[in-house]
Design a binder for this molecule. Structure first.
Ligand code: AMP
Length: 415
């Protein structure tokens, strides 16, 4: 089956076209046929698209809205320009898989999108006001373009974390707030944590119940998850993706009393404070330079910039604290797994994080650590390390494509 994966944001649309099937999943022979992104939808859009093995196409064109963007992608995929041998018309696209950010407590796995499911996703808008409306637009646009005959599947960022026990997902706030407003920890990046856990299981040839690991998704957004018996039992992001680790522009954990203090001292509205902690904090806020870890590392190395170094130090320190607390929460683990742009590529950051974990039994193999970059998968700890460390590049789109096939073919989803 050719599956179109759509990740619809407020002004962007990312897509991939992946050929997969139940047999291909079993044999691990799924194939990506094309991918791309349309940015600045609503104005003069910047379009980047590439069919596998062909040169990338880059152009600008006015694109009105989400529907026009979906139409554009499909027209290109089916056109002679794209040169995708097996896709010549809309009939050659067999299903669509959508990334949906918030599934609340309603969605614990990926589902076929029906009217009822769409209403369920709408019900979660209050929990993710920036993301879910954009995801819905993408779904509705795809429906309009493909018609109702094409199966469409929703894959939720929150679903994997629905196994969190009550004591991990509840905040110590008055309980009726949870009852009334569903205020609790939901967690995000679930598709990524689930994918790397699945790969870890394959590499180590384990059964799902034997997976006891801490997964660290370190990208522009960052989150940690504690996986016991294959299930997510704790995670660092909360009601929203703001909580937890230090991120590119998000603060992660901080004393909530700072919000009132800040608005009084700086004369900021609630909205301005929210923007400050989400968009101007984290690596960017501390360094005053950039939210991009690679640039910070360069700045620290080449110019010895004090605040770049400080941002890196605070980032790594927070990750270490989470690893320590999850080891306590889980009563020990077998491995920590790095993924995301920083986790997959920066040997230096992995070294800084693991260097402070020697008491916990983490011993990195310097050479393997240096080797594991640019999409390479493998172990980075020594053979004697009590707690192993791995790098496993994430592939959320592949998991969305596989879930889409499983839902359409009524095959149980593998977690
Ligand atoms: P993501 O959101 O997963 O795409 O990750 C983006 C983050 O990964 C940015 O902070 C990048 O600077 C960082 N990143 C990518 N490559 C490297 C690298 N080689 N070294 C350090 N950070 C990197």
């Amino acid at each position: 089956m050719n599956i179109l994966i759509l990740n619809s944001g407020s002004s962007s649309l990312k897509f991939q076209l992946i050929n997969t099937s139940v047999e291909r999943i079993e044999r691990n022979t799924d194939a990506r046929l094309a991918h791309g992104v349309i940015e600045r939808i609503g104005g003069m859009a910047i379009i980047t698209m590439q069919a596998e093995g062909k040169p990338p196409v880059r152009l600008t064109e006015p694109i009105r809205d989400a529907r026009a963007a979906v139409e554009y992608v499909i027209r290109w995929i089916c056109s002679d320009n794209a040169e995708i041998e097996t896709v010549k018309s809309v009939a050659d696209i067999h299903a669509a898989g959508h990334r949906v950010v918030h599934g609340g407590e309603k969605f614990t796995r990926s589902v076929l999108i029906t009217e009822e499911v769409l209403r369920g996703i709408e019900d979660c808008i209050e929990l993710a006001p920036l993301h879910n409306p954009a995801n819905i637009k993408g779904i509705v646009a795809a429906r309009e373009v493909f018609g109702k005959g094409l199966p469409q599947v929703a894959v939720f960022d929150t679903a994997f974390h629905q196994t969190l026990p009550e004591h991990a997902y509840l905040y110590a706030l008055p309980y009726q707030l949870y009852r009334r407003h569903r205020i609790r920890r939901y967690g995000f990046h679930g598709t990524s944590h689930r994918y790397v856990a699945y790969r870890y299981r394959q590499i180590r040839k384990l059964r799902r119940e034997q997976v006891n690991i801490i997964t660290l998704h370190l990208g522009n957004g960052c989150s940690a998850a504690a996986l016991r018996g294959g299930d997510s039992v704790d995670t660092s992001m909360g009601l929203t993706p703001l909580e937890g680790l230090v991120m590119g522009t998000r603060s992660g954990d901080f004393d909530p009393a700072i919000i009132d203090f800040l608005s009084a001292k700086e004369g900021l509205s609630a909205q301005e404070v929210e923007s400050l902690v989400n968009k101007q904090s984290g690596l960017l806020g501390i360094s005053g330079l950039t939210n991009d870890m690679r640039e910070l590392l360069d700045e620290a190395r080449e110019n010895g910039d004090r605040r770049a170094n400080l941002a890196i130090e605070i980032f790594c320190y927070r990750v270490r604290k989470y690893i320590g607390s999850y080891l306590a929460a889980m009563n020990g683990a077998d491995a920590i797994v790095f993924t995301g742009g920083i986790g997959e590529n920066s040997a230096e950051i992995r070294e800084k994080i693991c260097g402070g974990l020697s008491w916990l039994g983490v011993e990195l193999d310097a050479e393997s650590n240096l080797r594991q970059t640019g999409g390479r998968e493998g172990v980075i700890s020594t053979d004697d390390s009590r707690l192993a460390a791995y790098v496993i590049p994430t592939n959320e789109e592949l998991l969305i494509a596989r879930d889409t096939v499983r839902v359409v073919e009524h095959v149980p989803q593998r977690f």
